[in-house]
Design a protein around this ligand. Structure first.
Ligand code: ASP
Length: 421
């Protein structure tokens, strides 16, 4: 039996091949609908299982339903950090890393979009129908801020039930700090949390055995259902987004990793492969989080106290791929409607895309929703989202993989820069 890592790799390749072959069959073919049906079923079961360990769990603790892994790992993470007297350093290093990598990602996007000008030669009438059918979700900058900050603090039970990750992260941080402040008094709770984490990691280990099947199923569907003619029309933009996102994931992030820790990119990819492929197939950093945590700790050897802090936070706020995409897409839309964005306007794109990617939850196509804010910030029509939506499932694959890669590199960087005691 090949290793799990290799099985996942083979399954991903098979998924793309089968999906491509199925896509060639006529739409009313029984074989086609049969395969699509089975892959939808298997794919949903796999994602469902990942969400199962993420969502309703601590039922017996005051009938809480929630995101136990995130909750417990952050709580345990912060509490352990304090034991190391390193909390401030971890916070600062993490935030500085998040800001620097997102800025680099957006710079790459803006430079490439200025050079290649994607969309400048596309006939806009082509998308008139899509524009008509779409009703934009309007969200101005002040509204976004209000929404963002007001939602940070929520009834934890409601946040658990709705899966509002950022609110859970904030609540968990409070618990972690209180645990630390209480010292000896709360040792029992802390130990319980630690045991929960072990328990969940064990369940995740079982789910991982199904990952090859789940990933193959998700990719079959994704590839089979792509509208090829649309892809051809938008080819320039798609290639630009793929190329810049890959550049960030293959050159910039591993470069930072190498500079700070001296670790080679190959070593990193070998250890992170399961998480990156799962992110690619699920398009969700949040659903991938259990696997990200497992790989970072087991394969890359990051301390649990660091991984448990950086990864859950990163899965919700650190999205290099999304930031890059939003910046590139804003320039693409500007080209489509024939507007040349000035340097100052591009700076506005830069800052709003930074905020918008931070506010996007780690679920499929989340970046599309916060993208509206970026477009509106420079007066572009929010309706243009309709043009981007049909190709989003495709672009979301690499974008999410790079989002997750950024979090994993971040935890290695923080692990290196915050000394062991
Ligand atoms: N799907 C992305 C993620 O989960 C978010 C996005 O839509 O950009 O990381």
């Amino acid at each position: 039996m090949p290793s799990l890592n290799r099985q996942i790799l083979i399954a991903a390749c098979l998924g793309v091949l089968i999906g491509w072959a199925i896509g060639l069959l006529p739409a009313d073919q029984d074989a086609r609908s049969g395969v699509l049906y089975v892959s939808t079923l298997v794919g949903s079961i796999f994602i469902g299982m990942l969400k199962m360990v993420l969502v309703p769990f601590m039922a017996f603790v005051a009938s809480v339903t929630g995101l136990p892994l995130i909750f417990t790992s952050i709580v345990v993470g912060v509490a352990n950090l304090q034991a190391h007297h390193q909390v401030n350093r971890v916070w600062m290093t993490t935030l500085v890393y998040f800001v620097i990598t997102a800025s680099l990602a957006m710079l790459v996007a803006l430079i490439a979009a200025n050079i290649f000008k994607p969309g400048a030669d596309l006939p806009i009438a082509l998308f008139a129908d899509a524009m008509d059918a779409f009703e934009a979700r309007q969200l101005t900058m002040p509204e976004f801020f209000l929404h963002f900050f007001a939602n940070l603090f929520q009834n934890p039970f409601a946040a658990f039930a709705n899966g509002s990750i950022l609110a859970i992260v904030v609540f968990a941080l409070f618990i972690g700090i209180a645990l630390v402040a209480g010292g000896e008094r709360y040792q029992g709770i802390l130990r319980l949390m630690q045991e929960f984490l072990e328990l969940l990691l064990q369940i995740i280990g079982w789910i991982m055995r199904l990952a090859p099947l789940g990933i193959m199923a998700l990719l079959i569907r994704l590839v089979a259902e792509q509208d090829v003619s649309l892809l051809v029309t938008m080819l320039g933009f798609i290639v630009l987004v793929f190329a810049t996102t890959l550049f960030h994931g293959i050159v910039i992030l591993p470069g930072i990793l190498f500079l700070v820790t001296g670790k080679s990119p190959l070593w990193f990819w070998r250890g992170s492969r399961e998480a990156l492929i799962t992110a690619f197939a699920t398009s969700s950093s949040a659903a991938t989080l259990p696997i990200t945590l497992r790989c970072t700790e087991h394969n890359l050897g990051v301390r649990r106290s660091i991984a448990g802090f950086v990864l859950p936070l990163g899965a919700t706020v650190n999205m290099d791929g999304t930031a890059l995409y939003e910046a590139a897409a804003a320039l693409f839309v500007a080209n489509l409607v024939g507007i040349e964005l000035s340097f100052a306007q591009q700076m506005v794109v830069f800052f709003t895309a930074m905020i918008a990617s931070t506010g996007a939850p780690g679920i499929p196509s989340a970046g599309m929703v916060t993208m509206v804010m970026v477009l509106q910030a420079v007066g572009l029509p929010a309706e243009a989202i309709a043009i981007l939506l049909p190709i989003d499932r495709l672009l979301d694959t690499v974008r999410t993989a790079v989002n997750v890669e950024g979090d994993m590199v971040g935890s290695l960087v923080v692990d290196k820069l915050v000394h062991r005691v």
